[in-house]
Write a protein that binds this ligand. Structure first.
Ligand code: AMP
Length: 145
């Protein structure tokens, strides 16, 4: 089977279920294992390590909220999920790191086609594609924008 270790990246918006259902269907078809990752873009990372206030409480709250949303997403899927990861850092670099660590053979992301390579890939999907350690599948999501 071509894809055995699939990493699904979700932003935990309402659209995530659409992408997750596609990922679940692929996992089923390939009899693969699904890991779902969400990255909380750390404020330190976003501002180049130069945040003048202590943001650790906020980051902790974000982590708690994201973990809850992740559990709710997993509940809606009709396949067992191998593992879920809620981590902090840069979105693309964390997705690449986890994919490498798990020796994933496929990363699945959602794509709006509303910016970046305009009609093809959303900016995050585009970023994940560059430097990915394995194949990347961009699932087109309907954008309300
Ligand atoms: P965007 O380009 O931000 O609209 O996001 C497109 C896709 O990138 C989403 O559907 C997810 O697959 C992935 N993505 C965006 N933000 C995150 C995040 N914080 N953690 C994990 N994946 C993300």
């Amino acid at each position: 089977m071509p894809y055995q270790r699939i990493v699904l990246a979700v932003d935990l918006t309402d659209e995530s279920i659409e992408v997750a259902n596609k990922a679940a269907a692929m996992c089923k078809a390939f009899e693969g294992q699904l890991t779902i990752i969400h990255v909380i873009e750390s404020l330190n990372y976003a501002y180049g390590g130069d945040v003048p206030i202590d943001v650790s409480d906020i980051q902790e709250q974000l982590q708690t909220t994201a973990t809850k949303h992740m559990a709710a997403l997993v509940d809606q899927l009709d396949i067992p999920v191998e593992s879920t990861i809620v981590t902090q850092g840069g979105i693309e670099s964390e997705i690449h790191r986890v994919a490498e660590e798990l020796r994933a053979d496929l990363i699945i992301v959602g794509s709006h086609g509303r910016h970046g390579l305009a009609l093809l890939l959303g900016s995050t999907a585009n970023g994940v594609l560059h430097g990915a350690p394995c194949d990347v599948l961009a699932v087109r999501v309907k954008s309300s924008h």
